[in-house]
Design a protein around this ligand. Structure first.
Ligand SMILES: [Ca+2]
Ligand SMILES: [Ca+2]
Length: 325
């Protein structure tokens, strides 16, 4: 995620990290799983409040109060699968990975499960600097409330891949990977309660897993990866578009729909993009947020080629209100 000049300052600055991330050298190479259906729960340490809710003859874990259900695995390279559910406006899930250290010196990755995006961050806390959160990537994804979402996280070295319902929604690379640590399924402090079930941890580097073929032979995964304006008063609206592969786009075009506070416009975008490349498209649309912040949505549709992953074709951004001159 590029840092546009109007990047949103996290609205979820209150993160409770009370746990001690001891890592007892768990070296089992086989997958381990947790259904939360029966007691006792092994290898779990809770820095949040917890209860169990009945689901389909079994139970799911409900966490609240801020913090994490910490799973004492020694995780460096692994695949983590779990199910996640929340209620609208009543909780934001927070997954931590490779959490290590003891307060006040802790480090970890986090995945914040917002309704319209998953945000990957690196959190470092030291006695000297206090708590610092650095956003590594934000990926748009529609997580509907009240339904279970099957989430898969693969972490190998500094490489992250996150899938929801089998569709890859976020990939990122950290050039300075954090050391091994604990996994936590948790919640942003003060945001309510969220639920988890059916966690499966598989240690070891995931095999090279190509993106799901789908109709990929004849298409490519196009994604909207950023929205910004060059000025808040009478600025122009820009949209970043990324070709996630596998096909090269040459002489193709896409239909881009931008919606600003409910008003939609359709644009045509010429595409010359190799896999992995991003272009910044000037929509020509004028932006003025002097009267208040603007909610902007951009959705892209590839003309004449299939897109095997529709989850990343829409993107939401809030352009903040322009300050008084
Ligand atoms: Ca269960
Ligand atoms: Ca796509």
């Amino acid at each position: 995620m590029s840092k546009s000049i109007f990047s949103i300052v996290s609205a979820f600055a209150v993160v409770v990290l009370g746990g001690v991330f001891a890592t007892p050298g768990w070296t089992q190479q086989m997958p381990i799983s947790e259904s939360f259906d029966t007691d006792p729960l092994q290898r779990w340490h809770f820095s949040c409040q917890r209860e169990f809710v009945t689901v389909g003859g079994g139970r799911a874990l409900r966490v609240s109060g801020g913090g994490h259900a910490l799973w004492q695995v020694q995780a460096r390279d692994f695949t983590l699968k779990f199910r996640y559910r929340y209620q609208a406006g009543k909780g934001t899930g927070d997954i931590v990975l490779r959490a290590s250290g003891s307060p006040p010196n802790t480090k970890m990755y986090s995945l914040r499960m917002e309704p319209n995006q998953i945000v990957l961050c690196r959190r470092i806390r030291t006695a000297q600097t206090g708590f610092r959160e650095q956003q590594l990537k934000a990926a748009p994804v529609n997580l509907a409330p009240n339904v279970w979402h099957n989430v898969t996280v693969r972490l190998s070295g500094g490489r992250f891949d996150v899938s929801v319902a089998g569709n890859q929604v976020l990939s990122a690379n950290d050039s300075q990977p954090l050391p091994p640590g604990t996994i936590g399924l948790g919640i942003i402090g003060g945001s309510g309660a969220v639920e988890y079930d059916d966690a499966v941890y598989t240690p070891g580097a995931p095999g090279a897993s190509p993106p799901s073929a789908g109709s990929g032979q004849t298409g490519t995964d196009l994604a909207v990866t950023d929205i910004f304006a060059d000025h808040l008063r009478n600025g122009q609206l820009f949209v970043r578009i990324t070709n996630r592969g596998p096909a090269t786009l040459q002489g193709k075009q896409a239909e881009l729909i931008t919606v600003v506070n409910g008003q939609a416009l359709v644009h045509t975008v010429p595409l010359h993009l190799a896999p992995g490349q991003t272009l910044t498209h000037n929509t020509g649309r004028m932006i003025n947020s002097s009267a208040g912040s603007l909610k902007v949505k951009a959705t892209i549709k590839l003309s004449g080629l299939s897109d095997p992953n529709a989850n990343n074709n829409g993107y939401l951004e809030t352009i903040p209100q322009a300050k008084k001159p």
